[in-house]
Structures are given as C-alpha cells and as structure tokens.
Design a binder for this molecule. Sequence first.
Ligand SMILES: C[S@@+](CC[C@H](N)C(=O)[O-])C[C@H]1O[C@@H](n2cnc3c(N)ncnc32)[C@H](O)[C@@H]1O
Length: 222
Amino acid sequence: MTSTRDHWNTIFSSTEDQELGWYEHNARQTMEMLENVPGWNAATVFLPGAGTTVLVEELIAHGCKLVLNDVSSEALNRLKERLGNKSHGIVWNCQDISRPLDSGVPKVDLWVDRAVLHFLLDEGDIRGYLGNLSATLRLGGYVMFAEFSTTGAPKCAGLDLHRYSLEELTERLGAGYTLVSHTDYTFVNPFGDPRPYVYALFHRNKIVPSPKPKGCDHEQAN
Ligand SMILES: C[S@@+](CC[C@H](N)C(=O)[O-])C[C@H]1O[C@@H](n2cnc3c(N)ncnc32)[C@H](O)[C@@H]1O
C-alpha cells in the first residue's frame, strides 16, 4: 500500500489524537535536540508532515515561525482548529512532500521531520523529498530527522516503512551537511509498544549538488 492522501485523511478523520500510534503528549525528545541549534527559537521552521503534533504549540511558545505541510487536509484542519488564534502567521501547505513544493513556500532555517521520510519507499519519491529540502532550507540552516530505526517495526499506520540508520541518513544528505547530534531513542507508543527511533540533527554548511540516489550511476540535474 502506498502513502496516499486518502489513507491519511481516513486515519485523521476517524482517530482521536491520543489513539494515534505516534501520539506524544509532549515533544521533549525533539526539543532537547533542537537546543543544539543556535538561535533556534527565532527560527522559521518547516514541518514536512506536521500531522496534529503538540510540537507545533511548543515551537510557537518559544517564538518560532512555522511553515506547516501535510499530505492530509484532515490533519491540517484539525490542527488549525486546535490552535485557534495561535495559528496567526503560520504558512499552511497541503501536499505530498515528495512532489516539488509550491514556489510560495518560504525559505526556512530549520526543517524538522518526525516520522514522515520513512513512509517514502520509492527512490524517486525520496529524491523528490531531498530536492525540496535543498530548495527550502537556507545555507547555514539545520535539519532534524526522527525516523524508525533499522531495529524498529517494519510498519506504521498500516504502511510499510523504509527504516533508517544514521549512516544512511548521512549518506543521503551528502557533503553539504554535517552531523551535529544524534541519539537512539525508544518511544513507547500509546498502546505500550516500544518503537525504536533514530534522531539526528545536521547542519547545512555547503551548497553542493544533491546526492545521487542509491543504485543510480548518472549525474542528477539538481
Ligand atoms: C506518523 S505521522 C507523524 C506526524 C507528526 N510529524 C508527529 O510527529 O506527530 C506521519 C505524518 O506524515 C504525513 N505524511 C505521510 N506521507 C506524507 C507525504 N508524502 N507528504 C506529506 N505528508 C505526509 C501524514 O499525513 C502524517 O501526518
């Protein structure tokens, strides 16, 4: 099964937040990692699959400006409703993050992916995601990933996953990014099941062409 808009809309229209397998009542692990980003609380932050995470309120409370994307309009509408007047100034975008981002999406200082990249299975989709990252993250900016690790469950939300090691994340980002911090973190989901994640933070310190996708010998245009 592929990660489609309908699939995610069905989940978000039929499941309370607290019953979602990835629900966290606070985003402590993410916030701790963001402490490694100088001036992070004045940053413009892009979430490629915001869902309905409470991270949004935590970032707003610290003074961040937000660009919130998700393939699911149900998720974004629920989040917008929950935020009420706190949503003032947020840029909303509803699209598949593996497709080129709308030209109106602003450049950002920080890209925070929590459990989104690992749903992309097709090599072209992963490449499309990384192209959006390169086009949107400013030079000097930071990107944080929290993905199911290679020891994690093979599925989430009924979908197959591409699980990540630190080495693969580093290799896919390529020479323009330097690893700043990483940790293995086992999240215990609302049903009591352990879910091992790899958390990794990278600094974009050079503009270089995007890395070649695995198994591809020709040069990329981007
Ligand atoms: C496991 S949830 C995580 C949500 C949120 N990041 C959090 O930490 O709670 C995955 C999210 O990614 C979104 N998503 C999945 N595939 C996507 C895609 N190709 N483009 C954009 N969003 C996607 C889903 O709609 C969902 O909100």
